[in-house]
Design a protein around this ligand. Structure first.
Ligand code: ZN
Ligand code: ZN
Ligand code: ZN
Length: 728
């Protein structure tokens, strides 16, 4: 009782399917044909409950093999043809109350592999032209079976919507030589406003041209034509992005979100146009609000033109605000909680309540400090740096508050600063610690992004002024919290630049971009090799073996740092000007070689010459350090650290006698591969590459000796490379 009838006006096939009349028994109301058969119960489609994912042929298929003869005879104008094809049901789980959004990731991964297998198997059937994987979910889209399941239709033709997409993609490729979806994704990501969730390999976004209120696309960053190209790494990333997106849907109206999910991918069969296809998922939901539906009414159904009365940008922002905020949080929702607990602090949400009273739920964030392993004073010279995040950092909690006021509580200072968003934001001499928060908020406003009233509390495990970048951590944490509350999306480079501008232009310290970048983008077990010009970065495995990174605070606060730092920058600029006179291609010290510098020695002020020699040599040391770490040659890396210290001490002159002594004493001890000053200079910390077994000597011999000779109280932090900032 099913056939294909030709629609000559729209030039497409219509499936007539009257087979549902054939149902021969009346099951009880609570009967679910997709639940495993219960002992003594009605037989269902699934006799066993020992399964992960089950695929079976739909008992009442719209398309089938072999197809029945059409019940009517057509004509030349109105042809009819057998409804050949396949209709399969994919049961996701034995659990009747489950849902794709709430299934464990391994089960979702398994489902993805099943889809891939079915796509490949159906591709082998010469009768078939298109495999459509889809799911209808929820009463609002007409689903009566609530057991978690989806469907696969295999068509003997390419259905009209994928067909139309393919034609548009083909035309785009002929015009530009590029893939339409790759180009659209690049624009969406550069814009950022409609991105909902981004994994390493897959991205979900509300498209610019969304027709439905919460229409969302999900696609691989790489040009993948079909599921056949999925690797295990793709499967793992896609499962997390898919789950995260569905959780965000559910979070939007605090109820299970009804949706249609459709996968568009390469057609199959002889002569199929596969090259122009870029696999993607499309999601549509009829929900406009928690209880109002979008109907396909006259304009949509009769003219094929959608009227979307929500702004895609606002839908995306709303989806970003709810549910998991990152793919890492999808994988491990307790991650941030554990990390904060490991930092051993009183929870900031409690501090928020203590300072400002009860309120709504709070957003929490943690932003780590960093230690720069090598590459000092190269960042503002467009050069290379190699920092890693440390375990210590800044913890924040924030919640929205009615009105245009911002209240900021420093738990460590026991002080509160208050300012208004509808007045110019200015520095606060009475609470200079609040300037970092103010600066970031001002930059977010200036970027044209929304900021509403909020309460924020923060506390740090980073020693202030130790050169471990507590200010960058506070900026990054503030930016992430604002992003979470307002729902705007910014990729790492833009966010890092925004935080840097807050420090440069508002706080008034001309720092480079490394600190913000390291706090945002670092990864556990890795050093972050960052090109400060292009902001391209690589995670370099930091295989420390039996070594650790020991950070020794000299007990000397770097009081001069702002003025001296700004002077060094001016000296570097003078160096570039001098070099350019002879080598016009040099835009920054990063572009110069030591030979070129030597050639300009006479023309340069001797101090400027030495400053340049440090920066140019230091860039080279970073590159060689990356090589050494990749080769697992820690001793070689240690020697480069030593050379870096000598250069900072003698050429750049940003050390001080105490720090030089601390480096020297450490270097004389056993098991130390390298030691150098780190951070802005004039005090602060040293970073040492030390055998774990030699830590007692460092702690019990070197540091007391240092204290005896300088009268300064040193402190020791031991770290391995930690993860970057997180919010939930
Ligand atoms: Zn069921
Ligand atoms: Zn593509
Ligand atoms: Zn599509």
């Amino acid at each position: 009782m099913s056939e294909l009838r030709w629609h000559p006006f729209l030039e497409q096939w219509v499936i007539t399917a009257t087979h549902r009349q054939e149902r021969t028994f009346l099951p009880p109301d609570d009967y679910c044909p997709l639940c495993p058969t219960q002992p003594g119960g009605f037989p269902t489609e699934i006799p066993s409950d020992q399964f992960d994912v089950v695929v079976f042929d739909n008992k009442f298929p719209s398309l089938q093999a072999p197809p029945p003869e059409p019940a009517v005879s057509g004509s030349d104008l109105l042809p009819v043809t057998p409804a050949a094809g396949r209709c399969e049901v994919v049961v996701y789980s034995p659990d009747h109350r489950g849902a794709l959004a709430t299934m464990a990731l391994p089960r979702i991964e398994h489902l993805l592999r099943v889809w891939r297998d079915r796509y490949l198997a159906l591709s082998a059937d010469p009768q078939l032209r298109y495999v459509l994987v889809f799911e209808n979910k929820g009463q609002e889209v007409g689903v009566t079976l609530h057991h978690p399941h989806g469907q696969i239709y295999a068509f003997p033709f390419v259905p009209p919507i994928p067909e139309k997409e393919l034609a548009a993609s083909r035309a785009h490729r002929e015009r530009t030589g590029r893939c339409l979806m790759c180009d659209a994704m690049a624009e969406e990501q550069a814009d950022g406003r409609r991105v909902v969730l981004a994994g390493e390999r897959f991205v979900a976004w509300v498209p610019f041209h969304a027709r439905w209120p919460y229409e969302t696309y999900l696609a691989p960053r790489a040009h993948q034509r079909s599921m056949a190209e999925w690797t295990e790494a793709d499967v793992a990333d896609l499962a997390a992005v898919l789950k995260g997106l569905l959780l965000k849907f559910d979070a939007r109206f605090q109820r299970p979100f009804p949706y249609m999910m459709v996968v568009h991918q390469a057609p199959i069969g002889a002569g199929a146009d596969q090259a122009d296809c870029h696999l993607h998922f499309e999601f549509y939901s009829p929900l406009r609000t928690a209880d109002r539906l979008k109907y396909l009414a006259g304009c949509e159904s009769g003219a094929g033109t959608f009227i979307n009365d929500t702004l895609p940008e606002e839908s995306a922002a709303a989806l970003r605000r709810g549910g998991p905020r990152s793919v890492a949080a999808v994988r491990d929702p307790e991650r941030l909680t554990r990390r904060l607990r490991a930092a051993g602090r009183r929870p900031m949400p409690a501090a928020l309540v203590e300072a400002f009273g009860e309120g709504g739920p709070a957003v929490r964030a943690f932003a780590p400090g960093r230690v720069n392993l090598i590459g000092e004073h190269t960042d503002y010279n467009d050069g290379f740096v190699l920092p890693m995040a440390i375990e210590a950092g800044i913890e924040l909690a924030a919640r929205p508050r009615a009105g245009r006021e911002v209240r900021v509580r420093s738990v460590d200072f026991g002080e509160t600063a208050t300012f208004r968003l509808d007045q110019p934001i200015e520095r606060d001499a009475a609470h200079p610690w609040s300037d970092y928060v103010r600066g970031v908020i001002r930059e977010v406003q200036q970027a044209g992004l929304p900021v509403d009233g909020l309460d924020l509390a923060f506390s740090g495990t980073l020693a202030q002024g130790a050169g471990l970048s507590s200010s960058a951590a506070l900026e990054v944490g503030t930016a992430l919290v604002l992003q979470a509350l307002a729902g705007f999306a910014m990729e790492v480079p833009r966010l890092a630049r925004l935080c840097q501008r807050a420090e440069n232009q508002f706080v008034g310290l001309q720092c480079g971009i490394m600190d913000q970048y390291a706090s945002l983008a670092a990864r556990a077990g890795h050093a972050l090799f960052l090109d400060c010009r292009s902001l391209a970065f690589e995670q370099v495995p930091l295989d420390l073996g039996r070594h650790v990174v020991a950070i020794c605070h000299s007990g000397v606060k770097h009081a001069l740092v702002a003025s001296e730092y700004n002077r060094r920058r001016q000296e570097c600029e003078a160096g570039v000007a001098g070099l350019r006179a002879r080598f016009p291609a040099i835009r920054a010290l990063r572009d110069a070689s030591l030979e070129q510098l030597e050639a300009c020695r006479e023309a340069l002020d001797p101090v400027v010459f030495r400053r340049c020699r440090h920066v140019i040599g230091e860039d080279d040391r970073v590159l060689r350090s990356v090589e050494a770490l990749r080769a697992g040659e820690l001793a070689r890396f240690g020697r480069l650290m030593d050379a870096s210290h000598a250069s900072l001490r003698d050429d750049y002159q940003v050390s001080c006698p105490e720090v030089d002594l601390l480096v020297e004493l450490a270097r004389q001890g056993p098991g130390v591969l390298g030691a150098r000053i780190t951070g802005g200079g004039f005090g602060g910390c040293t970073v040492n590459l030390v055998e774990r077994d030699a830590l007692p000597h460092l702690r019990d011999v070197v540091l007391p000796e240092y204290q005896r000779r300088t009268g300064r109280v040193p402190r020791l932090f031991v770290s391995t490379a930690a993860d970057g900032a997180e919010v939930d």
